[in-house]
Design a protein around this ligand. Structure first.
Ligand code: CP3
Length: 339
């Protein structure tokens, strides 16, 4: 039994006694306690693939920051790896794929992943579930097919993701085939996470913002909807960074919650998404301000969402050089606030 299920009730659109709060990328990045675990290892992947340690860093922000949910420590790039395209995480550079997808031929070495291919994350969820013993819910996650496709074709991060965008024009059939395989893999993986104990799931479309609206419909939202429609067991959140142009379409996605980044006008989103819980959306850079500023910006955010189901969060992941005390100030301000 969950002792704190505020976030699940808010996701289902119920009124809650206070606004639940968590922070995207809360596990890792900012905590010295995370660094301490990470420094003893060969690299990021060892942490992701060692369930006991992944569980430990998943729980750290619950203990240290007091958030209302734990997000399982893993990465969105485990899906391409399970499909046959391994990633490397290069310190200070980010992810790199030695092999990428450029031609239809490249698909022959890829498969639709099964949940068991990612048993290390499923095991980490089981351990986390046991160790949390109901203190807060666990959030499972995956990348949106478009964002995963973007990494598999580009081979790394990029400001423009021009290789995957080029493919949408030059070989849309290949793009759809790969997006379909990613979608099937993601559904299997999220269902595995739920079976292992995830109480809700979030889909991260981090690179939504690089597509024109019409392509976003066809090459991203259509696949997000396949996933959201397939996940009937737990509440689903869709967070599409930079997708302000598609916010009205989110009303038709089978998700409970829509995540907003800080560019989005909250009142407009509220009008366009009457039946949805909203999540977000303080600018992560506000956490570089003084404690007084963090408090006033947090309250400003809470007031903007007031009166409707809301899960407090930042508008994107917390930046790595943020002072954890400022994050705690954000969280405490939300937890103390009563309308
Ligand atoms: O939210 C959490 O704290 C849970 C863990 C989590 C990680 N990555 C751990 C991680 C989650 C939810 C992610 C999602 C993720 N990964 C996204 C979507 C969210 C977003 O920020 O838009 C994306 C685009 C990735 C891909 C990725 N992973 C990149 C570009 C990088 C390098 C830069 C960075 O973000 O730090 C990673 C590495 C990564 N994933 C780290 C962590 C803690 C840092 C690596 C390290 O500790 O050495």
């Amino acid at each position: 039994m969950l002792k704190n299920d505020l976030i699940l009730r808010a996701a289902r659109g119920e009124k809650t006694e206070r606004t639940p709060v968590w922070v995207m990328r809360q596990a890792g990045r900012i905590l010295p306690e995370y660094r301490a675990v990470r420094n003893g290892l060969s690299g990021f992947k060892e942490l992701v693939e060692t369930p006991e340690l992944a569980a430990e860093v998943t729980i750290q922000p619950v203990d240290i920051l007091g958030v209302d949910a734990a997000i399982i420590f893993s990465d969105i790039l485990v899906i391409p790896e399970a499909m046959g395209l391994p990633y490397e995480m290069v310190e200070k550079t980010g992810p790199i794929f030695r092999k990428t997808v450029a031609t239809t031929e490249d698909l022959t070495s890829l498969k639709v992943a099964k949940a068991e291919d990612l048993s290390y994350t499923l095991e980490a969820i089981k351990i986390t579930k046991r160790e949390l013993s109901g203190r807060v819910p666990i959030i499972g996650f995956a990348g949106a097919p478009w964002t995963i496709f973007a990494y598999m074709v580009e081979g790394s991060g990029s400001k423009t993701f021009s290789k995957p965008r080029k493919m949408l024009y030059t070989n849309p059939e290949l793009a759809h085939r790969l997006l379909g395989m990613i979608t099937q893999s993601t559904i299997a993986y999220l269902k595995g996470q739920i079976a292992a104990g995830a109480d809700m799931v979030q889909i991260f479309d981090s690179w939504a913002g690089v597509l024109p609206p019409e392509q976003y419909q066809k090459f991203s939202l259509a696949y997000i909807e396949q996933i959201a429609a397939a996940i009937t067991e737990v509440p689903v959140t869709v967070f599409a960074k930079g997708a302000f142009f598609a916010i009205a379409d989110m009303a038709n996605i089978s998700c409970n919650t829509v995540g907003l980044d800080w560019n989005m006008d909250v009142q407009e989103a509220r009008k366009l998404l009457p039946g949805k819980t909203l999540q977000g959306n303080m600018d992560p850079c506000a956490l570089y301000g003084t404690f007084d500023l963090v408090k006033s910006e947090s309250i400003k955010m809470l007031k903007a969402f007031e009166g409707h189901p809301h899960i407090a969060n930042l508008g994107h992941g917390v930046y790595p050089d943020t002072d954890p005390d400022k994050v705690r100030c954000f969280i405490d301000t939300v937890k103390e606030y009563r309308p």
